[in-house]
Write a protein that binds this ligand. Structure first.
Ligand SMILES: [Zn+2]
Ligand SMILES: [Zn+2]
Length: 258
């Protein structure tokens, strides 16, 4: 594995270390293609400030690109750097968010559906244990619409929704997501942060189905600190899933320029 397009920076408020250290770690681990995809800054129309502990503050957006452009130039003989964002799909704000990302100069986007709508309320985090069919459906609707928009390079942790209700509901909804990914050839990420932190994802029941649907699968470190920017220790577990469920692992994803 010599690529990783899922990297954060300290600007989002819940990551640490200097970009330079992420890059140095990645180079030492043999990474040749690296993408920064920090949580996208945005001022929501409902007045929610992005100045939270979750997103890059809008006032630091320019600095994100300035810093990374300089490092891209400095390290160009050792590693190819790309600069994008991880972004949610909210039906009410999608076009505005996309236009804003383009305007800032983002090269690519990955989808990370951490919330169900622009209120970004803690009560509707899909990663929380839930038996709600409604939550799973809304999550799936967002991810499917995002996939069908054709702008996302891949879907990060598609198995984020921690649904523990009836299997029949889980399979029905997950099949919709997988079908969209298969039709559009959109890769789904096995997320290494989930592996190294022992989170509920990668979720076995999701990847079992993903194998049956033959969706394209890729890997991402989801680095929130410099050490994780070369996280090859999670690779054996990811490969184990690929083999166990006969996943269609494509390796490095093709960047979709926005
Ligand atoms: Zn994060
Ligand atoms: Zn991430």
């Amino acid at each position: 594995m010599n690529y990783n397009y899922h990297t954060h920076t300290a600007r989002c408020g819940h990551a640490s270390d200097a970009e330079r250290d992420y890059i140095e770690t990645a180079i030492a681990a043999g990474i040749k293609h690296m993408g920064f995809s920090d949580h996208m800054p945005f001022l929501f129309p409902n007045g929610r400030e992005s100045e939270s502990d979750y997103r890059i503050p809008v006032m630091l957006a320019e600095d994100y690109f300035k810093t990374l452009h300089a490092l891209r130039e400095e390290y160009k003989d050792k590693i190819r750097l790309h600069i994008g964002f991880e972004m949610e799909y909210y039906p009410n704000c999608f076009q505005e968010m996309l236009a804003y990302a383009k305007g800032l100069g983002a090269e690519y986007l990955i989808l990370g559906q951490h919330f169900l709508d622009e209120r970004e309320d803690v009560n509707v985090r899909p990663s929380k244990l839930t038996e709600s069919e409604e939550t799973l459906k809304t999550y799936t609707d967002c991810v499917v619409a995002a996939i069908e928009s054709g702008v996302f390079t891949y879907v990060a942790h598609p198995d984020l929704c921690r649904f523990v209700g009836a299997d029949s509901i889980y399979y029905r909804e997950t099949a919709r997501l997988l079908d969209a990914a298969r039709q559009t050839k959109t890769p789904l990420e096995i997320n290494f942060l989930g592996i190294r932190d022992g989170r509920h994802y990668p979720m076995e029941k999701f990847w079992k189905l993903a194998g049956e649907f033959r969706v394209p699968v890729t890997f991402g470190f989801d680095a929130h600190d410099a050490e994780a920017a070369g996280d090859l220790t999670s690779l054996p577990r990811a490969m184990e899933l690929v083999e166990k469920y006969n996943l269609n692992y494509i390796g490095e994803p093709t960047l979709k320029k926005i």
